[in-house]
Design a protein around this ligand. Sequence first.
Ligand SMILES: NC(=O)c1ccc[n+]([C@@H]2O[C@H](COP(=O)([O-])OP(=O)(O)OC[C@H]3O[C@@H](n4cnc5c(N)ncnc54)[C@H](O)[C@@H]3O)[C@@H](O)[C@H]2O)c1
Length: 463
Amino acid sequence: MSLTSPLPSASLSPRRRYAIVGVGSRHELYQDGIEKTHADSAELVALCDLNPGRIELARRRSVRNGAPVPSGYLANDFQRMLREQRPDVVIVTTSDSTHHEFLIGAMEAGCDVVTEKPMTTDAEKCRQILDVRRRTGRDCRVTFNYRYSPPRSQVKELLMSGEIGDVLSVDFHWLLNTHHGADYFRRWHAQKKNSGGLFVHKSTHHFDLVNWWLGASPVAVLASGKREFYTPEMARRMGLSGPHERCLTCPERDRCGFHLDLAASPGLKSLYLDNEVHDGYLRDRCVFRSEIDIEDTINALVTYDSGATLSYSLNTFNAWEGYTIAFNGTKGRIEHSLVESVYVNGTETIQGGVAENGVRIRVIPLRGAGYDLEPWRAEGDHGGGDRLMLDDIFRRDPLPDKYRRAADERAGAGSILVGVAANRSLQTGAKVLISDLVPDLPRPDFAPMPDRRTAVPMPRRGA
Ligand SMILES: NC(=O)c1ccc[n+]([C@@H]2O[C@H](COP(=O)([O-])OP(=O)(O)OC[C@H]3O[C@@H](n4cnc5c(N)ncnc54)[C@H](O)[C@@H]3O)[C@@H](O)[C@H]2O)c1
C-alpha cells in the first residue's frame, strides 16, 4: 500500500514542522490541534506507525480537517522520515515502552520532541533519555495534561499562596470505575513490559501532580499491590465459565458486564478492528484472562525532599471515577475531590455524592471555620485543560504561566521514577530510593512555593 499517494502532500512553509509517531487514539488530539486550532503556527508534515491502516486513517483525518495531507511512514522508516521531511518537532504517541526509541532518535537527529506520558517505563530508558537530552540540547516536552485542569491549577494557586502553610503530608486516592478501569486490562497496558504497569502508566499523572503541587522531588517509595478483580477466578465468581480470548468472539458476551462491542462503535471499529489484519492488535481482549501481569489495586508511601510524605492509592474497579486528595499543612488543610463525570453512565446523578459538577475544594484552617471555594472552570475537554495545554505547546508565543505547567524531561523522570521505584518495591518488599535508580536527577523549575522557614502563628485557643 502506498502511504504517500494519491493524496496531495503538505507544502513547505515557515510554520513549525511536526511529525507524529504512533497514530492511535491519543494522537488525534495533537493532529487536530495542529491542523485545526494552530494551523497558523504549526503544520503536520509526516505520520509514522507500525500499522499502515492507521496511518492511512490519520491521513484521511487531515483531509477532513481541510489540511495538507502528511506523508506516511512505517516505523522501520522513522529515520528516513526524519531525513526526508525534516520536522522541527516529533510528537511521540506510541505505546509507552517504545517512547524512548523515538525520543532518542529524534533528538539525535536535531529535532525537539513532545511525548505523551509516561515519558518511558523503566530507569535505564529514563537515564538514556536524560543523557541524550543533555548532550543534544534539544527541547523535550512531556504533556502532563492533568496539570492544566482549572481546579488543579486552583489548588496549585492555594498552595503557592501559603493558605495552609507548609504541606507536611498528603493523602491521595484515585478511583477508576469499571468502564474506564477495565480498559487497561484489555490490551497492551495489561503487560508490564509494555506499560510499566499502572504504577507507571496511570500513576505517572498522579505522581506528577503531587510533585508539581508540592514543588518537591520524590526521595523514596514503599509500595504494595495486587491483582484480585481482573482475574479468571473473578470471572467464575461472576457466573461466567471463565475467561475467553476476546469480546468479539466471546460465547458468553450476552452475560458479561465487561463486554466491549468494537463493531458497534464507529471510532473503535475504524481505528482498531478494521486494522487488526495488519498487526494482530486486539483492542477487546478478555479482562479476566490469566496472562495479565499488572496490578489492579496499588498503594504507595512516598517521601519528598521537602520533608512531606504522600499516602497514595489507585483502585481500578470502583463504583465511581475520580479522586480525593487532602493536603495537611502547618496552618490548615485543603480537601479537594473531583468526579470524572465523563465516565458516569446512564444516570442524572453524579456518583460519589460530591458537589455540583463533581468538584469540591475546601480549606479548613487549624482553628476557625472551613470554607468552600467556587471551582475554576474553562470550556472544552478535560475541564478545558486540553485546550490550554495545546496552546502552550503550539503557540509561537505561549502565554505566561505562573504555575509553570509546561513540563520537560525532568518532570517526566520525576513522575515515572516514583512508579518504577514502586514496582521495584513490590518485588523486594523494601523501600526504594529514587537516587538508586537515577543518581543526580535534575530538579524541575517549579513555581516558587512559600518559604518553609516562615514562622507559623500559634493556633488560637477555642476558636
Ligand atoms: N495524557 C493522557 O491523558 C493520555 C490518554 C491516553 C493515552 N495516553 C498515552 O498516549 C500514548 C498512546 O496511547 P493510545 O491510547 O493512543 O494507544 P493506541 O494503542 O490507541 O495507539 C498507539 C499507536 O502506536 C502505534 N505503535 C505502537 N508501537 C509502535 C512502534 N514501535 N512504532 C510505531 N508505532 C507504534 C500503534 O500501532 C498505535 O497506532 C500512550 O503512551 C498513552 O500512555 C495519554
